[in-house]
Design a protein around this ligand. Sequence first.
Ligand SMILES: N[C@@H](CCC(=O)N[C@@H](CS)C(=O)NCC(=O)O)C(=O)O
Length: 209
Amino acid sequence: MLLYHYPGSPNAIKVKTVLHHVGLPFEEKIIDLPGGESFSPEFKKINPNCTIPVLVDGDLTLNQSNAIMVYLAEKARSSLWPSDPKMRAQALQWLDWSNCEWGPGVATVEFQRLAPHFIQGFVTDEKVVEGALAKVARFAPVLDEHLSKNQYILGDEPTLPDLAIAALMFYWETAQVPLQQYSHILSWYGRIQEMASWKKALPAMAASA
Ligand SMILES: N[C@@H](CCC(=O)N[C@@H](CS)C(=O)NCC(=O)O)C(=O)O
Protein backbone atom coordinates (compact mmCIF):
# COMPACT_ATOMS: atom_id res chain seq x y z
CA MET A 1 0.00 0.00 0.00
CA LEU A 2 1.16 3.49 -0.77
CA LEU A 3 0.04 6.58 1.12
CA TYR A 4 0.41 9.98 -0.51
CA HIS A 5 0.44 12.62 2.19
CA TYR A 6 2.11 15.66 3.70
CA PRO A 7 3.61 15.43 7.22
CA GLY A 8 1.56 17.28 9.80
CA SER A 9 -1.55 17.44 7.65
CA PRO A 10 -4.48 16.68 9.98
CA ASN A 11 -6.20 14.50 7.40
CA ALA A 12 -3.01 12.50 6.98
CA ILE A 13 -2.54 12.13 10.75
CA LYS A 14 -5.94 10.39 10.92
CA VAL A 15 -4.99 7.87 8.28
CA LYS A 16 -1.46 7.25 9.52
CA THR A 17 -2.76 6.67 13.05
CA VAL A 18 -5.06 3.95 11.72
CA LEU A 19 -2.25 2.38 9.69
CA HIS A 20 0.01 2.23 12.74
CA HIS A 21 -2.82 1.10 15.02
CA VAL A 22 -3.85 -1.86 12.86
CA GLY A 23 -0.27 -2.67 11.84
CA LEU A 24 -0.71 -2.81 8.07
CA PRO A 25 2.60 -2.24 6.26
CA PHE A 26 2.67 0.79 3.97
CA GLU A 27 4.97 3.01 1.98
CA GLU A 28 4.80 6.78 1.92
CA LYS A 29 5.15 9.41 -0.76
CA ILE A 30 5.30 12.99 0.44
CA ILE A 31 3.47 15.50 -1.74
CA ASP A 32 4.90 19.01 -1.45
CA LEU A 33 1.66 20.82 -0.64
CA PRO A 34 3.20 24.26 0.01
CA GLY A 35 5.11 23.90 -3.26
CA GLY A 36 1.87 23.20 -5.17
CA GLU A 37 2.71 19.59 -6.11
CA SER A 38 -0.87 18.46 -5.46
CA PHE A 39 -1.89 20.50 -8.52
CA SER A 40 0.68 18.87 -10.79
CA PRO A 41 -0.69 16.95 -13.81
CA GLU A 42 0.85 13.74 -12.38
CA PHE A 43 -0.89 14.05 -9.02
CA LYS A 44 -4.18 15.16 -10.64
CA LYS A 45 -4.32 11.73 -12.26
CA ILE A 46 -4.13 10.17 -8.79
CA ASN A 47 -6.59 12.56 -7.16
CA PRO A 48 -8.45 15.05 -9.35
CA ASN A 49 -9.40 16.96 -6.17
CA CYS A 50 -5.69 17.79 -5.71
CA THR A 51 -5.80 16.95 -2.00
CA ILE A 52 -3.99 14.53 0.24
CA PRO A 53 -4.21 11.93 1.70
CA VAL A 54 -4.60 9.35 -1.04
CA LEU A 55 -4.20 5.61 -0.51
CA VAL A 56 -3.31 3.24 -3.32
CA ASP A 57 -3.85 -0.45 -2.59
CA GLY A 58 -3.48 -2.58 -5.71
CA ASP A 59 -6.17 -1.45 -8.14
CA LEU A 60 -7.87 0.75 -5.52
CA THR A 61 -7.06 4.47 -5.41
CA LEU A 62 -8.92 6.19 -2.61
CA ASN A 63 -9.16 9.82 -1.55
CA GLN A 64 -11.10 11.31 1.40
CA SER A 65 -9.45 10.58 4.71
CA ASN A 66 -12.54 9.20 6.42
CA ALA A 67 -13.16 6.71 3.59
CA ILE A 68 -9.51 5.66 3.76
CA MET A 69 -9.74 5.14 7.53
CA VAL A 70 -12.85 2.97 7.15
CA TYR A 71 -11.23 0.94 4.37
CA LEU A 72 -8.12 0.27 6.44
CA ALA A 73 -9.99 -0.62 9.61
CA GLU A 74 -12.30 -2.98 7.68
CA LYS A 75 -9.39 -4.56 5.83
CA ALA A 76 -7.62 -5.22 9.14
CA ARG A 77 -10.92 -6.24 10.87
CA SER A 78 -10.10 -3.71 13.56
CA SER A 79 -12.42 -2.74 16.40
CA LEU A 80 -11.67 0.87 15.43
CA TRP A 81 -14.63 0.35 13.08
CA PRO A 82 -17.44 -1.35 14.99
CA SER A 83 -19.34 -4.27 13.47
CA ASP A 84 -22.60 -3.77 15.37
CA PRO A 85 -25.02 -1.91 13.01
CA LYS A 86 -26.12 0.65 15.62
CA MET A 87 -22.58 1.37 16.75
CA ARG A 88 -21.48 1.63 13.14
CA ALA A 89 -24.28 4.08 12.38
CA GLN A 90 -23.18 6.20 15.32
CA ALA A 91 -19.59 6.02 14.13
CA LEU A 92 -20.75 7.31 10.73
CA GLN A 93 -22.78 10.02 12.42
CA TRP A 94 -19.68 11.29 14.22
CA LEU A 95 -17.47 10.96 11.15
CA ASP A 96 -19.94 13.18 9.27
CA TRP A 97 -20.03 15.52 12.26
CA SER A 98 -16.25 15.78 12.18
CA ASN A 99 -16.22 16.92 8.57
CA CYS A 100 -19.44 18.95 8.46
CA GLU A 101 -19.51 20.70 11.86
CA TRP A 102 -16.14 20.38 13.61
CA GLY A 103 -13.76 20.84 10.69
CA PRO A 104 -15.43 23.98 9.29
CA GLY A 105 -15.07 25.47 12.78
CA VAL A 106 -11.83 24.36 14.42
CA ALA A 107 -9.82 23.37 11.35
CA THR A 108 -10.82 26.53 9.48
CA VAL A 109 -9.58 28.75 12.31
CA GLU A 110 -6.35 26.73 12.44
CA PHE A 111 -5.82 26.99 8.69
CA GLN A 112 -6.67 30.68 8.44
CA ARG A 113 -4.36 31.61 11.31
CA LEU A 114 -1.43 29.31 10.47
CA ALA A 115 -1.41 29.33 6.66
CA PRO A 116 0.46 32.67 6.47
CA HIS A 117 3.43 30.80 7.99
CA PHE A 118 3.61 28.17 5.25
CA ILE A 119 1.79 29.53 2.18
CA GLN A 120 3.58 32.43 0.61
CA GLY A 121 1.30 35.46 0.26
CA PHE A 122 -1.59 33.95 2.24
CA VAL A 123 -3.47 36.56 4.24
CA THR A 124 -5.81 35.51 7.06
CA ASP A 125 -9.42 36.38 6.24
CA GLU A 126 -10.79 37.67 9.54
CA LYS A 127 -14.40 37.34 8.32
CA VAL A 128 -13.83 33.65 7.66
CA VAL A 129 -12.23 33.28 11.09
CA GLU A 130 -15.22 35.01 12.68
CA GLY A 131 -17.66 32.59 10.99
CA ALA A 132 -15.54 29.59 11.98
CA LEU A 133 -15.29 30.77 15.59
CA ALA A 134 -19.10 30.93 15.68
CA LYS A 135 -19.15 27.27 14.65
CA VAL A 136 -16.62 26.41 17.37
CA ALA A 137 -18.86 28.16 19.92
CA ARG A 138 -21.85 26.18 18.65
CA PHE A 139 -20.35 22.71 18.29
CA ALA A 140 -17.63 22.46 20.96
CA PRO A 141 -20.26 22.36 23.75
CA VAL A 142 -21.94 19.44 21.92
CA LEU A 143 -18.70 17.45 21.92
CA ASP A 144 -17.85 18.48 25.48
CA GLU A 145 -21.24 17.37 26.78
CA HIS A 146 -20.95 14.05 24.92
CA LEU A 147 -17.48 13.44 26.34
CA SER A 148 -18.64 14.29 29.84
CA LYS A 149 -20.48 10.94 29.73
CA ASN A 150 -18.12 8.90 27.54
CA GLN A 151 -14.41 8.14 27.73
CA TYR A 152 -14.30 8.04 23.94
CA ILE A 153 -16.83 8.99 21.25
CA LEU A 154 -18.49 5.56 21.18
CA GLY A 155 -17.86 4.52 24.76
CA ASP A 156 -14.91 2.85 26.42
CA GLU A 157 -12.57 2.34 23.47
CA PRO A 158 -11.26 4.66 20.76
CA THR A 159 -12.81 4.27 17.32
CA LEU A 160 -12.38 6.07 14.00
CA PRO A 161 -14.46 9.14 14.95
CA ASP A 162 -12.11 9.83 17.86
CA LEU A 163 -9.18 9.98 15.46
CA ALA A 164 -11.07 12.06 12.90
CA ILE A 165 -12.20 14.63 15.47
CA ALA A 166 -8.88 14.76 17.34
CA ALA A 167 -6.80 15.18 14.17
CA LEU A 168 -8.83 18.19 13.09
CA MET A 169 -7.95 19.97 16.36
CA PHE A 170 -4.26 19.06 16.21
CA TYR A 171 -3.19 22.72 15.91
CA TRP A 172 -5.79 24.18 18.28
CA GLU A 173 -3.25 25.56 20.77
CA THR A 174 -0.87 26.99 18.17
CA ALA A 175 -3.78 28.66 16.41
CA GLN A 176 -5.36 29.77 19.70
CA VAL A 177 -8.71 28.18 19.01
CA PRO A 178 -10.73 28.91 22.16
CA LEU A 179 -11.19 25.41 23.56
CA GLN A 180 -9.67 25.90 27.03
CA GLN A 181 -13.00 25.94 28.82
CA TYR A 182 -14.03 22.53 27.44
CA SER A 183 -12.45 20.30 30.07
CA HIS A 184 -14.00 17.05 28.81
CA ILE A 185 -12.73 17.66 25.28
CA LEU A 186 -9.25 18.38 26.61
CA SER A 187 -9.14 15.30 28.86
CA TRP A 188 -10.29 13.11 25.98
CA TYR A 189 -7.75 14.74 23.64
CA GLY A 190 -5.07 13.93 26.21
CA ARG A 191 -6.12 10.26 26.05
CA ILE A 192 -5.84 10.28 22.26
CA GLN A 193 -2.40 11.88 22.49
CA GLU A 194 -1.29 8.97 24.67
CA MET A 195 -2.06 6.41 21.95
CA ALA A 196 1.18 4.91 20.61
CA SER A 197 -0.24 4.89 17.07
CA TRP A 198 -1.12 8.60 17.33
CA LYS A 199 2.40 9.46 18.48
CA LYS A 200 3.87 7.47 15.61
CA ALA A 201 1.68 9.28 13.09
CA LEU A 202 2.83 12.76 14.07
CA PRO A 203 5.42 14.76 12.16
CA ALA A 204 8.91 14.29 13.65
CA MET A 205 9.07 17.61 15.52
CA ALA A 206 5.66 17.24 17.18
CA ALA A 207 6.30 13.61 18.09
CA SER A 208 9.50 14.41 19.94
CA ALA A 209 8.08 17.52 21.69
N1 LIG B 1 -12.12 15.99 2.67
C1 LIG B 1 -10.72 15.71 2.35
C2 LIG B 1 -9.92 16.95 2.65
C3 LIG B 1 -8.48 16.76 2.29
C4 LIG B 1 -7.70 18.05 2.43
O1 LIG B 1 -8.24 19.16 2.34
N2 LIG B 1 -6.41 17.88 2.66
C5 LIG B 1 -5.58 19.02 2.78
C6 LIG B 1 -4.41 18.72 3.69
S1 LIG B 1 -4.98 18.40 5.34
C7 LIG B 1 -5.08 19.37 1.39
O2 LIG B 1 -4.73 18.51 0.62
N3 LIG B 1 -5.04 20.66 1.08
C8 LIG B 1 -4.55 21.14 -0.15
C9 LIG B 1 -5.57 21.92 -0.92
O3 LIG B 1 -6.75 21.93 -0.51
O4 LIG B 1 -5.21 22.51 -1.94
C10 LIG B 1 -10.23 14.52 3.16
O5 LIG B 1 -10.78 14.27 4.24
O6 LIG B 1 -9.30 13.83 2.73
